[in-house]
Ligand binder design. Structure first.
Ligand SMILES: Cc1cc2nc3c(=O)[nH]c(=O)nc-3n(C[C@H](O)[C@H](O)[C@H](O)COP(=O)(O)OP(=O)(O)OC[C@H]3O[C@@H](n4cnc5c(N)ncnc54)[C@H](O)[C@@H]3O)c2cc1C
Ligand code: SF4
Length: 312
């Protein structure tokens, strides 16, 4: 056992108890849901928080119900539950996205909240401590340059959440709680575009739910590029949704530190302009199993396939 694996383990029963615990251990704690991302990062020496606050017993973060015109999905719902949930019959793209994550065993414990918040990844960062030490540390782990780009002063680690693009394409929102109260905002707003601090949430914020707007009659298309059809992070996920009025939105992960988003109004689709906007947002660098060039080419392929499916 290494030192980084030792921690004080706390298990609150309510959101308020969890917020109190986080306030007591401000700056020294991490929330944990399924732990599938957090524990992998701890094993690699990329997270050494001495206090872990396990959220899995917080009952008001579980369940799926309808409120104020939205389907509200508790942040602790597992990806396994979502992939087969009849409650998602209007949002089957989220089922598909949940099913595309990792492998069956992982989806049994991995949660929706943890998925939209999972840490950005990079081939030069998600390695063992001794591996990273041997090449010199990078910006995301105490170094002062980006190794993937040969020395740039910015981090391009990728957002790898597969559910985030699906939620964003369907105009989904994130609900989170901090000592100042509850806040709801479009999911895309939490991603900063800076791979070092990739989420724009207060340190002790707890994500309680994801909300999807009801009765929009979305048609949708979901695409994921990966080396194997199981147990593989995304190298490009593209999700597209067009509502009953013909308004469209496309969102991608795997090609930038943030979700890359583009939209069009009913009757105003310009495929060339859409592609240009997506490629401008996708600042992919060579820090993935697939090259930057190949992933950018696949943006056009998936865009064409998605438009062919949802626009007529
Ligand atoms: C082998 C392997 C394959 C994987 N493949 C994929 C893949 O294909 N696609 C994909 O998207 N991901 C993949 N992952 C990453 C990860 O398993 C998933 O993203 C998973 O959904 C994370 O959910 P979790 O509940 O386990 O999160 P955790 O590990 O518990 O938490 C992840 C992060 O979110 C924070 N957090 C979690 N819940 C909350 C909350 N409610 N409020 C505030 N903070 C919170 C934690 O502090 C942590 O920083 C893979 C992981 C492994 C190990
Ligand atoms: S993109 Fe650069 S700075 Fe970011 S994790 Fe990779 S090597 Fe490090």
């Amino acid at each position: 056992m290494t030192e980084t694996l030792q921690a004080t383990y706390l298990m609150p029963a309510t959101v308020h108890e969890a917020l109190d615990m986080a306030a007591q251990h401000q700056g020294h704690c991490a929330f944990m849901a399924g732990g599938t991302d957090l524990m992998a990062n701890r094993f690699q020496g990329n997270n050494a928080a001495p206090v872990l606050i396990d959220l899995t017993q917080v009952s008001d973060m579980k369940g799926i119900d309808q409120r104020d015109g939205y389907l509200r999905i508790g942040a602790l719902e597992t990806l396994h539950q979502l992939a087969k949930s009849p409650a998602l019959s209007e949002f089957t793209m989220l089922r598909e996205a949940a099913h595309s994550v990792g492998a069956p065993l992982l989806r049994k414990t991995a949660t929706l909240g943890g998925n939209v918040l999972c840490e950005n990844r990079c081939l030069y960062y998600n390695q063992t401590e001794w591996w990273r030490e041997s090449i010199g540390y990078c910006l995301k782990c105490d170094g002062d340059i980006c190794i993937a780009t040969g020395g740039r002063n910015a981090c391009f680690s990728e957002l790898v959440s597969d559910t985030a693009p699906a939620i964003i394409a369907m105009e989904g929102e994130i609900e989170w709680v901090s000592p100042l109260g509850t806040r709801v905002q479009p999911l895309e707003a939490i991603y900063t575009g800076d791979g070092v601090k990739s989420k724009n949430l207060p340190d002790n914020a707890i994500v309680t739910a994801i909300r999807l707007p009801l009765y929009r009659n979305f048609r949708h298309s979901f695409h994921k590029l990966r080396e194997r059809e199981s147990l593989e992070y995304t190298s490009l996920t593209l999700a597209m949704a067009v509502d009953g009025q013909g308004n469209g939105k496309v969102a991608m992960s795997g090609v930038d530190p943030k979700a890359v988003v583009a939209r069009w109004a009913a009757g105003a689709l310009d495929k060339g302009a859409l592609l240009k906007q997506l490629l401008k947002g996708a600042r992919a660098v060579d820090n993935d199993m697939f090259t930057r060039g190949y992933r950018r080419q696949m943006v056009e392929v998936y865009l064409s396939q998605a438009l062919g499916k949802v626009v007529w």
